[in-house]
Structures are given as structure tokens and as C-alpha cells.
Design a protein around this ligand. Structure first.
Ligand code: MV4
Length: 499
């Protein structure tokens, strides 16, 4: 079946990203939009657009029946969910199918199997994929938990099976704390996820977060498109991602790639997917979970593999076989992505609301900008504060860092604080440059005051002048005067850096 019209059940940069590939394939696009997005770029880029409700996501982008009705009304045969919103909702995938439409994603069954961490581990176990030592299933008895913890050794980690993004995780350092921590973890899992199932794993200290991109078709073919290094995170929010990782040897890459393919095969996976692993300091790797969607950071994989992942998703959804095999795939060069968010790194990364007074994208060799905003636009408060993904590509890691640094300097955003200069600090930090970093990078190296030190002399003078002329616009009474001063200086400096 050849898809000729796709509805994109998403907004912002990812809606545009999907529409671009559809357009190149000669496929018509339908946007859906909320009140806040009436004039958004993704609405104007699409061939047609359907209003689906008020600004809050639960009245628009999360409304299954409105989205399916919009597809029916416009004659779209398929729905691409993007990431976030309904993208990992198995019930949505079922509804789409029941409405006679194609869900551009995996089967609802695969989503269910990988949607719970315990079910995912159970599924992956059959293929001998390395796992962190721990309990086989859910555990609720404290005595049993203590016995297991003693066997695997403290510290241990209690995880909620239904958890995500680090929610519901508790580190337990000694036996005397286990019972209480477990009770709290179960209570938290019930209240946050409506599912009290928790399990225990050995705690891997300061791991790297490395994920493998896979692609599977509906005929049982699965390949891996190498790894993404995603260890630069803050409170489980990724900030910088790159491909390839500096620590993987060709042998380890192949092993992890094969494990990722096995995980996909274990759940009968088709579509693009990501298998997450922890990698410890001795380069042991452990399966964590599988994400059954296109990921935010997919562009770095596209740049080093030459594969358009969205086009592949569409071709897979319409039943085509993969047109390449594992041996056709090679890594070319190096790519790094910085998430440009309307957040103030100097103010605890709080979302900074406002208008993009000036918005000028960087250009030139090896620079890709995936965004969905334009100058003069108000950043909606209802959704994720990501303004853009700035991605650089170079012949090697050094060139990718140089190009990303140059592109950050070219990017002119005023009106809101962004993570741009924070990103420049990250990618030029000695630990990042050397490749010797893990998931503790931000917690270990970043305090708001440190970043002030990396501003060069000239910038410091400008910052001081601006701070003096603007006064204390953003007082936050709960902060110390030192924090407050640096926070104000920095965000005002950034707001006006291009003036
Ligand atoms: C772990 C771990 C250490 N040991 N599991 C955090 C999110 C969730 N997907 C898994 N996570 C972790 N699981 C064991 N057995 C440390 C983390 C972790 C982490 C993982 C990936 C990226 C960033 C992280 C930051 C803190 C903790």
C-alpha cells in the first residue's frame, strides 16, 4: 500500500521534520494544531491543517478521537505520532489501526512489551542480552529484597517497572535503609504510575548512557545504525548527544549492536527504535529499556549513517522491506546535537517564557538546525521549552566540536534565556573534549557560578553594563543574593547578547 497523505499528530520541530521527509517522498501532509499553535510554522508548512482543541495538550495533542477524526476528514491514510504526546501509547496505536489507518510506528504489542521495564527485561532475557544483576520480577517483600541485595551487594537501586525518566528510582546504600526505601518506592510507584511493581538492580556507579538506533521492517529484518552517546544529562533531561561515542571499540559496537537487534527481534519489532544501555567504567554494558519511537536526538544518527530515519519509518509502515543490510551501513564522520531550550541555566534551568525578539539561525558547512519557531513568535507555555536542535557534523569529533562552537556563536536569540552558551561551555569543557565523562558530568562540573568564569573578559563587561542598566528584573526571593546576582546578570546578558 502506498501512503499518499500523512497526518502528523505532533507540533513544533518534530512535526516539521516529519513533513520535510514526507514532502521529499511526494506525500501530502496534514497538520493538527491547538489554539496556541494557530499560526505555528508546522501549520503553515503542511498541505492542510485541522484545529483539534484548546492549548493544553490534554485538550488537543493528546486527544485520540480528535486526531483520528482529523485523519478521516482529510483522507490521510497514516498517522505519524512523532515523539512525546501519543507516540508510545499502545491504546492509540490500536485505535489508529481499528479506524483503518496506518500507525507509523511499531505494533501495539511491541509497545506494550517494551512499555514496562519488567516486561522488557523478561522479553530481552530470552536472547541473552546483558542485564544488570537484580531481581527477575517485581518484589514487595522486604526480607526477600534484603536477601537479594546481600547477594548482589550494596549499593542497590530500586526501580519502578512503570517508571520513566528516572522517576521512582531510589538508591539504597545499606541493609538498614532497604525496608523503608522499598515502602516509599512502592508508594511512589502507585501514586505516580498507578502500578506498584518495583524491582531491584545492582547500582552501577557513574555509568555512561549509550543507546543503539535500530530499524526493523515488517518482514523480520532488523539492523542497527550504531550508537548515540547521551551521557550529558541533567536530572534525566538530555542536553548534548553525539554519534559515535568516544568509548566504543569496533568490537563493543558490534556486540551492543547485536544485542540491540536481539532486543528488537525479541518483541517482534518493526519501525525505528532505540535500545538503551548503561556502560560502566570497565566497558561492561547492560540493557536498560527500549524506546519504541523516533527520538529527539535521531539527527546525529542520520548524519553519520546517511539514512533518513523518517523516510525509513514511512517505507516500513507501508510494508516495504529494508533496502539495505547491516554490511551496507558504515559510520561517516561525527555529529553532535545541542538541545536549544528556552531555559535559564543560571536559574536552575527554569523555563524562560517570552517572545523570540531576535531569532537568527546559524548557517554554513556541517550545520543542521531542526526547529519550529520563528522571529517574533511567543514561546507557548503549554509545551516542551525546546526551541531547536542545533546539530553539527564534521569529518571527526574535533571538527564537529569546532563547528558546533562556531554555530552557537552565530545563533542569535534574544528575548528569552536559552541553553546555547551553556552548551558551548559543555562541549569545550576538558572532560567533554577528552571524551572522559559519564552521566555525572553536569552534576560534577556545573554550578551557575562556574559558567560566569568561562565568559571572556569582554562578555563580562557587557554583562555588568546590562545588569546595571536593567536592574533586578527577575527577583526570586528563595535564592541567595549571590545566586540571584549571577542569575540576573547572566540571563540579562543573554537576552541582549546580540544587541
Ligand atoms: C541505573 C543506574 C545505575 N544502575 N540502573 C536513569 C533513568 C533510567 N532509564 C535508568 N537510569 C539509571 N539506571 C542501575 N542499575 C543509573 C541510572 C541513571 C542514568 C541513566 C542514564 C542516563 C542518566 C542517568 C542519570 C542518573 C542515573
Amino acid at each position: 500500500m502506498n501512503i499518499t497523505k500523512i497526518l502528523i499528530a505532533n507540533r513544533g520541530e518534530i512535526a516539521l521534520r516529519i513533513m520535510r521527509s514526507a514532502k521529499e517522498m511526494g506525500i501530502k501532509t496534514v497538520a493538527v494544531y491547538s489554539d496556541a499553535d494557530r499560526t505555528a510554522l508546522h501549520v503553515r508548512y503542511a498541505d492542510e491543517a485541522v484545529h483539534i482543541g484548546a492549548s493544553p495538550s490534554n485538550q488537543s495533542y493528546l486527544r485520540v478521537e480528535k486526531i483520528i477524526a482529523a485523519a478521516k476528514q482529510t483522507g490521510a491514510q497514516a498517522i505519524h505520532p512523532g515523539y512525546g504526546f501519543l507516540s508510545e501509547n499502545a491504546a492509540f496505536a490500536d485505535e489508529v489501526k481499528n479506524a483503518g489507518l496506518i500507525f507509523i510506528g511499531p505494533s501495539a504489542d511491541s509497545m506494550r512489551m517494551m512499555g514496562s521495564k519488567l516486561a522488557a527485561k523478561e522479553t530481552a532475557k530470552k536472547y541473552n542480552i546483558p542485564m544488570v544483576p537484580g531481581t527477575e520480577g517485581a518484589i514487595s517483600d522486604a526480607k526477600e529484597a534484603i536477601a537479594i541485595a546481600k547477594k548482589i551487594g550494596f549499593p542497590i537501586l530500586i526501580k519502578a517497572s512503570a517508571g520513566g525518566g528516572g522517576k521512582g528510582m531510589r538508591v539504597v546504600n545499606k541493609e538498614s535503609e532497604l525496608e523503608e526505601q522499598m515502602k516509599m518506592a512502592i508508594g511512589e510507584a502507585v501514586s505516580s504510575f498507578g502500578d506498584g511493581a518495583v524491582f531491584i538492580e545492582k547500582y552501577v556507579a557513574a555509568p555512561r548512557h549509550i543507546e543503539i538506533q535500530v530499524l526493523g521492517d515488517q518482514h523480520g529484518n532488523v539492523v542497527y545504525l550504531f550508537e548515540r552517546e547521551c551521557s550529558v544529562q541533567r536530572r534525566h533531561q538530555k542536553l548534548v548527544e553525539e554519534a559515535p561515542s568516544s568509548v566504543l571499540t569496533p568490537e563493543l559496537r558490534e556486540q551492543m549492536g547485536k544485542s540491540a537487534v536481539d532486543a528488537a527481534k525479541a518483541c517482534g519489532y518493526y519501525n525505528a527504535g532505540t535500545v538503551e544501555f548503561l556502560v560502566d567504567e570497565n566497558l561492561n554494558y547492560y540493557f536498560l529499556e527500549m524506546n519504541t519511537r523516533l527520538q529527539v536526538e535521531h539527527p546525529v544518527t542520520e548524519l553519520i549513517s546517511g539514512i533518513d530515519l523518517v523516510k525509513e519509518q514511512i517505507k516500513i509502515a507501508q510494508g516495504e522491506k529494508l533496502s539495505f543490510t547491516q554490511s551496507d551501513l558504515k559510520i561517516h564522520g561525527h555529529a553532535i546535537e545541542l538541545r536549544v531550550c528556552a531555559e535559564d541555566p543560571m536559574n536552575n534551568f527554569l523555563p524562560d517564557i517570552g517572545k523570540l525578539e531576535r531569532y537568527v539561525r546559524p548557517q554554513g558547512a556541517g550545520v543542521r538546525v531542526d526547529d519550529g519557531m520563528e522571529e517574533g513568535q511567543e514561546i507557548p507555555i503549554y509545551y516542551d521549552p525546546m526551541i531547536a536542535k542545533l546539530i553539527s557534523y564534521g569529518k571527526d569529533r574535533t571538527e564537529a566540536i569546532e563547528r558546533l562552537t562556531r554555530a552557537i556563536d552565530e545563533y542569535k536569540i534574544s528575548g528569552v534565556a536559552t541553553t546555547l552558551s551553556f552548551g558551548k561551555w559543555v562541549i569545550n569543557h576538558p572532560d567533554f573534549v577528552s571524551g572522559k565523562f559519564d552521566t555525572s558530568f553536569i552534576a560534577k562540573n556545573f554550578t551557575a557560578e562556574i559558567e560566569l568564569d568561562v565568559m571572556d573578559k569582554y562578555e563580562k563587561i557587557i554583562a555588568a553594563l546590562i545588569a546595571a542598566s536593567f536592574g533586578n528584573k527577575k527577583k526570586s526571593p528563595e535564592k541567595s543574593s549571590l545566586q540571584q546576582r549571577s542569575s540576573n546578570n547572566f540571563s540579562n546578558w543573554k537576552k541582549n547578547r546580540s544587541e
